[in-house]
Structures are given as structure tokens and as C-alpha cells.
Design a protein around this ligand. Structure first.
Ligand SMILES: [Zn+2]
Ligand SMILES: [Zn+2]
Length: 157
């Protein structure tokens, strides 16, 4: 976690660069199918920020809607997974929406050490050959710390 300074990051090819200002709200490693498939990896580590603290200074992400209201941002040139956002669905009240927040893949920061994960979420969904032997909490679904505020059952699909 990082206090009131700028951290930078970007995609593999350099077409997209961003700056995040200040503290992340939380950091989690997710093992759900959508995260894994979109990252092409057995897990993805997310740091959540207030959207107002994140600025794209070069290029912009291509967005893929993986579920209603859920947008995953990636580089259209090199395919790097960069962001996740949960916006209100069209024309309906949506208590799961988090329009003021953006998740950034920790591995896209120039110094991923700045954002050590605090927990594992949806850990039971991981592939069986992957065992994580750290002391962080391992949640079956989301944790309170993950702050899917109103609905613990929401999914990050
Ligand atoms: Zn790229
Ligand atoms: Zn996930």
C-alpha cells in the first residue's frame, strides 16, 4: 500500500501508461474463471483505487464486457489485462455497481511490490495444481475486506 504519491504502470508493449495517485483501497488475488481466462493465468492480483485517483497518460484500454455492467480493460495491441470496472447496468438499479472504483492488475505496475495482496478471494475456484502457502486469509467467495459492499455474493464475472 502506498500513501499519497504517484505510482506508474502500463502494458507490455508500452502503448498504455497510467498513473495512480495515493492509496489503494484494498488488494486481493482472485481465482475466478473470468479473471483467470481474461488474464490467461491461474490467478490475477487486483488493487482497487478510487477512479478519480487513476489517470491514463498514454493510450487507453479496449474494453470487453464480460458480464452485464462488468468491463475488463486490456491493451488492444499486446493484450495485457489492465483493469476491471463494475458499472451500473443500463436502465436498472444496480446495487453491485461500483462506478467510482477501478481495479488495476497489480502486475501492470512498474513496481508491483508496492501493492502486496492482503487476501485470496474465490480461492476454492483455483486449479487444483496451484497451492498457495502463505499466511493470508483464503476466502471461498469475497471477504468483507473485499468490500463488495452490499452483496457478498456478487461475482467479479
Ligand atoms: Zn500494450
Ligand atoms: Zn475474479
Amino acid at each position: 500500500m502506498n500513501d499519497s504519491n504517484i505510482t506508474t504502470g502500463g502494458c507490455l508493449c508500452g502503448a498504455i501508461r497510467f498513473e495512480a495517485n495515493g492509496r489503494s483501497l484494498w488488494q486481493s488475488i482472485c481465482y475466478c474463471e473470468s479473471c483467470c481466462r481474461s488474464a490467461g493465468a491461474p490467478l490475477i492480483a487486483w488493487a482497487c483505487f478510487d477512479k478519480s485517483n487513476v489517470k491514463f497518460i498514454k493510450g487507453e484500454t479496449t474494453r470487453f464486457q464480460s458480464s452485464p455492467g462488468v468491463y475488463r480493460g486490456f491493451c488492444g495491441s499486446c493484450g495485457t489485462t489492465l483493469t476491471y470496472g463494475r458499472e451500473p447496468r443500463d436502465n436498472q438499479e444496480d446495487l453491485n455497481a461500483r462506478p467510482d472504483e477501478i481495479f488495476i492488475s497489480i502486475s501492470t505496475f512498474d513496481d508491483p511490490e508496492e501493492f502486496p495482496p492482503e487476501e485470496h478471494i474465490r480461492y476454492v475456484e483455483r486449479v487444483s495444481w496451484l497451492q498457495i502457502d502463505d499466511n493470508l486469509p483464503k476466502h471461498k467467495g469475497f471477504s468483507a475486506a473485499h468490500r463488495f459492499r452490499q452483496h457478498q455474493k456478487s461475482s467479479c464475472k
